[in-house]
Write a protein that binds this ligand. Structure first.
Ligand code: GLA
Length: 365
């Protein structure tokens, strides 16, 4: 996939000269959880919640970022080694993009940017990877650097490492290469993104566990432990219960990705639902990345008639993904609301705690 400029022709024409706009979607992972960092194939989809960046190139090498989400303005000089802000600061995703580009292409011109997003944060829909990806595209574009999907997939995980996450490349691949109406089969070594069209009568919703999973907080340590254990186990040294669990989860989850693809291609609803339910059991009992609140929401979704449900994303809170047929969706959402959320006053703090998510276009499409 060749990205020119990156991909800004139509956008540029509609704007004042020099001003660039990027839309980067969030993603939900359908199946293949906690295995991308082991280099195994995963099946996310880009969703209809988007981060928007409006950027104006500068004539110096300062980077200034504002956000409509109530985060404070951040500004810094783009140097070869950029010292991070305090841990957990949103500006570190901006710095991460600049550092990753600087390492690969050298320091470039700065930009002024305004970030706006309706991707719920700290919830498993990849709001932070969308920010990293969007800033990367904006900086590259301002510098006139042409790149490719493959090259972006090399540098974006480095950006995650800058903020301290030892993750894989699933999120970036999904938010770059998502396709309307399709999931994306993301494979690594070599990296590729293949659309897998979803049956038109299938529907997905996400239901919040009402427990935040801050990727920059305690959940990050837990996440990094799982990814360390997986890498060690795959390298052939299973020397702790954590590594044995990681290996067991990885093997079964990798097989579920293949089963899910076969189910999608065959329109096999029960088989796809089974894959989701088995994935949740493995994430909860074997890898132990769920939490009681998410387990309750999975049960609430199934009680309401969802065919399959599981915690999605890094885990430890955030959203649960549920699957049903399109004609069941409204009834199921109403039932989840009545049976579960109406008794959870904390829901008021979580914005769109229950919503449909639709397979959508990625930033490069
Ligand atoms: C986070 C990471 C991804 C992936 C998931 C778990 O979202 O950013 O790379 O590892 O967790 O599947």
């Amino acid at each position: 996939m060749r990205v020119v400029g990156p991909n800004l022709g139509p956008v540029r024409r509609s704007l004042r000269p020099g001003r660039l706009i990027f839309h980067v979607p969030g993603r939900v992972n359908l199946i293949g959880e906690h295995i991308d960092y082991a280099g195994l194939a995963v099946l996310p989809m880009a969703v209809d919640r988007t981060l928007r960046i409006e950027a104006t190139p500068r004539n110096d090498s300062r980077i200034c970022a504002t956000s409509t989400a109530g985060f404070e303005r951040r500004e810094f000089e783009w140097t070869p080694q950029i010292p991070p802000f305090a841990s957990g600061d949103w500006g570190n995703y901006v710095k991460a993009a600049a550092q990753a580009i600087g390492d690969h292409w050298g320091v470039q011109r700065g930009i002024d940017m305004a970030v706006d997003s309706n991707i719920p944060s700290a919830a498993g829909l990849s709001s932070s990877s969308a920010l990293l990806t969007g800033v990367t595209l904006a900086l590259l574009s301002a510098a006139g650097i042409e790149t490719t999907f493959e090259e972006l997939m090399q540098i974006l995980p480095d950006g995650e490492h800058y903020v301290g996450t030892r993750g894989g490349g699933m999120d970036h691949a999904a938010c770059l290469a998502g396709q309307p109406g399709a999931a994306v089969l993301v494979e690594f070594n070599p990296v590729s993104a293949t659309p897998i069209p979803l049956p038109g009568d299938w529907a997905f919703l996400v239901a919040h566990s009402l427990h935040r999973a801050e990727k920059s907080g305690a959940a990050r340590e837990q996440y990094n432990n799982r990814s360390r254990a997986a890498r060690a186990a795959l390298a052939g040294s299973v020397s702790s219960p954590e590594e044995a669990n990681a290996l067991q989860h990885i093997r079964s989850e990798a097989a579920r990705v293949q089963h899910a693809i076969a189910a999608i291609r065959g329109g096999d609803v029960p088989a796809f639902a089974t894959v989701l339910n088995e994935s949740h059991r493995s994430l909860r009992d074997v890898l132990q990345v769920s939490c009681p609140q998410a387990d309750e929401v999975v049960e609430a979704c199934l009680r309401a008639g969802a065919l399959g449900a599981r915690i999605t994303g890094a885990g430890f809170g955030g959203y649960v993904l549920a699957f049903c047929l399109r004609n069941q969706l409204a009834g199921i959402m109403a039932e989840i609301e009545r049976d579960y959320y109406s008794q959870q006053p904390a829901r008021a703090e979580f914005g769109e705690y229950l919503m449909q998510v639709q397979p959508s276009a990625g930033a490069l499409i």
